[in-house]
Each structure stands twice: as structure tokens, then as C-alpha cells.
Design a protein around this ligand. Structure first.
Ligand code: FES
Length: 197
């Protein structure tokens, strides 16, 4: 099923941000739109985006391969990325990772039976001073996480009470709200959790 056929205004808005000779630059926001909506980028949407941008599907896959943001396999509603680089490792990210996988009963590439969670180890997320760090999908960074904090976060997500990120991700384009900071968009849905988050 094609994704963008019923979203011509969104496609036009994304393409309008770049000059005709720079149309390839629209690749990233188009990928991000699909990734955010479907929690992965299926092969059909890779072909679709390639067609819109005017490149080959191989070129789209090549771009995707540089970014841990994009996945070609289904992810959970909340894709939890644990930074495993030095500062986070020294601050206990290995223990967080083991605890996370054991608690959820999944490995990378798998999704919990309720469809809520998937996990991934990633390289430095650029917030070494607040290690250890877990990124929750497009929602933002959860910083200086203890195992207790991690469990409180998982419990909150299971209840549908996302407590909000410690730091939001940068601005991106998403259908329905052309430009938006992830934290701001989800801020209206936030519910209080605990003082440790
Ligand atoms: S090492 Fe984890 S954010 Fe840089």
C-alpha cells in the first residue's frame, strides 16, 4: 500500500523546502515521516520515496544505512535506543541494556507481543554529559537513567502515561503538523509520573 498518495499537501510542503536541484534533500524528512507513522520503512515505501525524490531505491537504502533512526523491520510503538559508547558504558549502559532486554524478553529486531517495545544498541547520541542515556523513539532523551528510572519509565509507557523526555529531539516534519519539535507535540499528552523522571 502506498503511503503518500493521499498526502499530496505534505509531500508538496516537504519538497517546497528545497530548491529543485536539491530535491534529494527531501529524502530525510520523507523517510522520517514514514518511520514515525509506521515505526519502520517497508520496502514499498522505500520504492515510493525513491520515486518522489528521483533516485533509486538502492540510494534510499544507502542513506538509511547511515542512521539508526530508520529501520527496515517493524519496531514497537516505543523503540528504545540505548547508547553503548564510552561515556554511557562507563556510566552503566551495559547493565541498563541487559536489564532492558531481560525485562522485555526481546532482542534487537524483535517486538514485544503487545507491540509496545523494541530495542536497539546505538552509538553516541551526543549527550555524553548526561550518561547513561536512552532515546525513546522520536519522543526524546531520557538521561542519567538508573535501573529504577528505567523500570519506572517502562511501567509508565505500558500505562500509556509517557512522562515526557528530559530533552526533546530536534524539529522534524510530520503529517498533520508540518513542523514540530517532538517534545512540544507530545507535551500536551504528558501525565505526571514520579519525581525521579
Ligand atoms: S557516549 Fe552516550 S551519549 Fe555520548
Amino acid at each position: 500500500m502506498r503511503y503518500f498518495d493521499d498526502k499530496p499537501e505534505l509531500v508538496a510542503a516537504i519538497l517546497a523546502k528545497y530548491p529543485p536541484q536539491g530535491r534529494r534533500s527531501s529524502l530525510m524528512p520523507l523517510l522520517r515521516e514514514v518511520q514515525t507513522a509506521l515505526h519502520y520503512v517497508p520496502a514499498e515505501q522505500i520504492e515510493e520515496i525513491a520515486e518522489i525524490v528521483g533516485v533509486t531505491a538502492t540510494e534510499v537504502r544507502a542513506v538509511m544505512s547511515f542512521y539508526s533512526t530508520y529501520s527496515t523491520v517493524p519496531q514497537g510503538k516505543y523503540h528504545l535506543q540505548v547508547c553503548a559508547t564510552l561515556s554511557c558504558a562507563l556510566a552503566g549502559s551495559d547493565e541498563l541494556w541487559d536489564d532492558l532486554c531481560e525485562t522485555l524478553g526481546i532482542s534487537p529486531g524483535e517486538v514485544t507481543p503487545d507491540g509496545l517495545f523494541s530495542v536497539q544498541k546505538v552509538e553516541c547520541l551526543g549527550s555524553c554529559g548526561t550518561a547513561p542515556l536512552v532515546q525513546v523513539g522520536e519522543l526524546g532523551y531520557h538521561e542519567r537513567l538508573s535501573r529504577q528510572d528505567l523500570h519506572a519509565l517502562l511501567d509508565a509507557l505500558r500505562r500509556g502515561e509517557y512522562p515526557g523526555p528530559h530533552s526533546p529531539l530536534p524539529v522534524f516534519v510530520h503529517s498533520g503538523q508540518q513542523e514540530d519539535a517532538a517534545g512540544a507535540r507530545h507535551g500536551a499528552e504528558l501525565k505526571p509520573l514520579g519525581e525521579n523522571l
